[in-house]
Design a protein around this ligand. Structure first.
Ligand code: ZN
Length: 163
C-alpha cells in the first residue's frame, strides 16, 4: 500500500483546491472528460488545469484511471451521472489541501443534462423544446424518457450528454 501512494504522488502533485475523481476503470478517463464536458473549461476558466492519470496501480481494482481537476468543483449532479456509468467511482472535493469525499448516487430523476435518443421527442423540438427529464430504471441499468418513454442504456449516456 505504501508503494502505491508513493507512486501516485510521483505521478502528479496534490492539488490545493478542486476535484479528484478516483477509481475510474482503467483507460476510461476519456469517458469521464466527455460526461463532465471538460472541454467547457477551456472557455470558462483559464486557470483550471486537468491532470489525467491512466492505468495507475490500485489495490482494489488492479488498474485504474484518475482525473484531477485543479480549481474546479465538479457539480454533484454530474458526479451522480458518472456513477450511472462507473458505479465504483469516487469523488473528492479538495479545499485548502484537505479532501472531503462525496459519494455519488444513482438519482431517481435526471433533468436537463442528457438528450433523449428519440429525435421526435418534445425535448428535441427545434422550437420551444421542453427540458429533458429521465427516470432511472436501476435494475435494468436504463434511463426512461419521462415524455416519450424512450429507453437509453446507462452505458450509452456519454454519447447523449448535452453540450
Ligand atoms: Zn423523449
Amino acid at each position: 500500500m505504501a508503494e502505491k501512494s508513493v507512486g501516485e504522488n510521483m505521478l502528479v502533485r496534490k492539488i490545493e483546491e478542486g476535484t479528484v475523481i478516483d477509481h475510474i476503470p482503467d483507460w476510461k478517463a476519456e469517458t469521464v472528460e466527455k460526461v463532465l464536458r471538460l472541454d467547457r473549461l477551456a472557455r470558462m476558466q483559464a486557470d483550471t488545469s486537468v491532470a489525467i492519470l491512466q492505468n495507475v496501480k490500485s489495490g482494489s481494482l488492479g488498474r485504474k484511471d484518475i482525473v484531477k481537476i485543479d480549481r474546479w468543483l465538479v457539480d454533484e449532479k454530474d458526479a451522480d451521472i458518472l456513477c450511472l456509468i462507473f458505479p465504483k467511482i469516487t469523488i473528492n472535493y479538495v479545499n485548502d489541501w484537505k479532501a472531503a469525499k462525496y459519494k455519488p448516487k444513482v438519482p431517481d430523476v435526471i433533468e436537463g443534462r442528457i438528450r433523449c435518443p428519440e429525435l421526435l421527442c418534445i425535448t428535441n423540438a427545434e422550437r420551444e423544446p421542453v427540458v429533458p427529464r429521465f427516470l432511472t430504471l436501476k435494475r435494468d441499468r436504463m434511463l426512461q424518457c419521462y415524455y416519450c418513454d424512450s429507453l437509453l442504456e446507462f452505458d450509452a449516456v456519454p454519447d447523449h450528454v448535452r453540450s
